[in-house]
Design a protein around this ligand. Structure first.
Ligand SMILES: [Zn+2]
Length: 301
């Protein structure tokens, strides 16, 4: 199946032109700036909102204080709370589908226009859309790691184990999902938290917690993607997280053009060569059309 339908993209463009007379001009400028360049893409929660995963930094989202790694390590009650939320989140993430934005990025990579993707998201949707060269800056929810012995587990297997040991848990519903897969659940005290089958140690989804730093080898892989590119496109991130902002800084220092596509202000607006305040699905799908990167990917799900 052809993923970015031309009819749909044309429809979206005509809809957007009605809202914004400047759309055509902005997209022309964007396509012209990127024409003939290999570019890196840095994505944040905004690219996944059209897949039904809310952006907790976006408008109307609740302000949650993320759990720190110290709390998670030292207190079983925190771990129960985290695993309760994360399990719910995982079930929702696992059923979410890539959207036109993810598919456009994958199509642009297959057309050899995108050199790689660095994402702040932990939802795995870039890979499921067909992107091959992806660095998960903040880890990925589909892996679980033992904090004591380093053993890794597949998330699906672990989710099955948790469900088996907590059959009542399926009854818990009506929860608000955040993009890190954590949710607000209060009824968690009796949850049996899975332990490492090798050493009995503490298991944690392989994502970067509040208070943790991005592992060096991951950050190196991210900077390598930016270094090898000729431009950087930021899509769906306000760049409030430092690791993302530093990549923009790196691009600026290498004098490469920086393009920001995001609904609402970002921390790097002042240094962007082109700044488009619009949804990432529409902009990226239109960009892929303009650069001739359509009908390339197959839906692999
Ligand atoms: Zn272990």
């Amino acid at each position: 199946m052809s993923v970015i339908s031309t009819e749909y993209a044309d429809h979206m463009v005509s809809v957007l032109q009605e809202f914004s007379p400047s759309w055509e001009r902005e997209m022309d400028d964007l396509a012209r700036l990127l024409d003939g360049k290999r570019f890196a893409v840095l994505t944040g929660a905004g690219i996944s909102t059209d897949s039904g995963i809310p952006d907790y930094r976006g408008q109307g989202a609740s302000r949650r204080t993320p759990m720190s790694i110290d709390q998670f390590r030292s207190d079983v009650l925190y771990r129960k709370r985290y695993w309760a939320g994360s399990h719910r989140g995982w079930l929702t993430f696992a059923s979410a589908l890539p959207n036109d934005g993810h598919r456009a990025v994958a199509a642009l990579e297959q057309a050899r226009l995108v050199s790689g993707v660095v994402t702040q998201n932990v939802d795995g949707l870039h890979r499921r859309a067909g992107s091959a060269h992806v660095v998960d800056l903040h880890g990925s929810l589909d892996r679980v790691v033992c904090l004591d012995c380093g053993q890794r587990y597949d998330r699906n297997a672990l989710a099955a184990r948790l469900a088996r040991e907590n059959p009542w848990f399926e009854e818990v519903s009506d929860v608000a999902l955040a993009p890190d897969g954590d949710v607000d659940i209060t009824d968690f005290d009796s949850l049996v938290v899975p332990e490492c089958e090798v050493c009995g140690g503490v298991l944690k989804p392989d994502v970067v917690f509040f208070g943790e730093v991005v592992p060096f080898r991951v950050y190196s892989a991210a900077t390598a993607i930016v270094r090898k590119a000729e431009a950087l496109v930021v899509a769906g991130s306000s760049l409030m997280v430092n690791s993302g902002f530093r990549l923009v800084d790196q691009a600026r220092k290498a004098r490469m053009p920086v393009i920001i596509v995001n609904r609402g202000a970002t921390k790097a607006d002042a240094v962007a060569n082109i700044r488009i305040d619009a949804g990432t699905s529409e902009v990226l799908a239109d960009l892929a059309l303009r650069l001739g990167a359509t009908d390339v990917t197959e839906d692999i799900e």
